[in-house]
Design a protein around this ligand. Structure first.
Ligand code: ATP
Ligand code: MG
Length: 295
């Protein structure tokens, strides 16, 4: 069942499957390194819409260069099968990590710092991720977080919607304007998704649950922002305002940049770390590089 090779890449194992493709671990014999390959199922190879979506993904990621973004190495076509070669991320996904439960606030802060600066960078290029979720946040060996899967990104100024009016993205983290199918989505939909991800990282629970995707989407549209302290009472009280702002139904009321949200989280984490009941972590101490140390 496992394809043995695609072009020069030797397929070793399946890493997972998503909405449109399978991802394999492979070896690139030229560099003798492990890579991850996303292959479009053969059944889709004649489907112009899926092909276009895949090609767009390849080109978009290739244009992004930033520490918190999974780098793309190659992209190609073999016998009508399209594939994307990217860095293999041995640390698994945030979705895997969250299966063990919520994360300590200092850890959340550390992951967020990296993701939010990458996201600000992406947004500054006019790109919206549109499908931020824990499965699309991957880790390297050192526990550094990376954004991946710009599969449904669109340039903010492009009016071509490859997927038409279909419900795309994962409703669990979907902004109300995406759930409504508004045509003028902007980067603040990603801020909302980040708010929903933060809710899950801190509490171990999704902000809204329902038995169907439609039910979840409806809750994002109409239900008030859930109170995180009702789920996890020992969190700093300020977390509630932070989530309420990130997940505000009206995007004008949200944080306007991802870093703004990270700063608010950092302030809470430092405050929590400074309280006598908890140990002060090195992350809470500012890193000061003396000017004289420069050559
Ligand atoms: P969607 O299609 O909505 O993005 P998804 O993110 O779960 O859903 P894929 O992007 O196809 O689907 O990825 C499937 C799985 O493969 C991911 O959940 C992840 O665990 C794994 N994966 C993806 N990219 C890599 C990578 N570069 N390195 C290691 N594992 C990866
Ligand atoms: Mg993915």
């Amino acid at each position: 069942m496992l394809p043995q090779k695609i072009d020069r890449y030797e397929i070793k194992a399946e890493l997972g499957r998503g909405g449109m493709a399978a991802v394999y671990k492979a070896i690139d014999p030229r560099f003798k390194r492990e890579v991850a390959i996303k292959i479009l199922p053969a059944a889709f190879m004649h489907d112009a819409m899926f092909r276009a979506r895949f090609e767009r993904e390849a080109q978009t990621i290739a244009s992004l260069e930033f520490p918190g973004i999974v780098p793309v190495y190659d992209y190609g076509d073999e016998n009508g099968q399209t594939y994307l070669v990217m860095r293999y991320m041995p640390g698994g996904s945030l979705a895997d990590l969250l299966k063990q439960g919520p994360l300590p606030i200092d850890e959340v802060k550390r992951i967020f710092e990296r993701l939010t600066s990458a996201l600000d960078y992406v947004h500054s290029k006019g790109i919206i991720h549109r499908d931020l979720k824990p499965a699309n946040i991957l880790f390297d060996l050192h526990g550094n977080a990376y954004l991946s899967d710009f599969g449904i990104v669109h340039l903010a100024d492009a009016s071509i919607a490859l997927t038409g009016d279909a419900l795309i993205g994962t409703p669990s983290y979907m902004s109300p304007e995406q759930a409504r199918g508004d045509g003028d989505i902007d980067h603040r939909s990603d801020i909302y998704a980040l708010g929903a991800i933060l809710f899950e990282m801190l509490s171990g629970r999704l902000p809204y649950e329902a038995t169907t995707p439609m039910g979840i989407a409806m809750k994002h549209l109409i239900e008030p922002v859930p109170r995180i302290l009702a789920v996890k009472a020992d969190l700093p009280a300020a977390c509630e305002d932070l989530i309420a702002r990130a997940m505000a139904k009206e995007r004008d009321k949200r944080f306007q940049t991802a870093s703004e949200m990270a700063h608010a989280l950092e302030a809470i984490a430092v405050q929590a770390g400074a309280s006598p009941s908890k140990t002060l972590t090195p992350a809470a101490a500012p890193e000061v590089i003396p000017a004289t140390s420069k050559p």
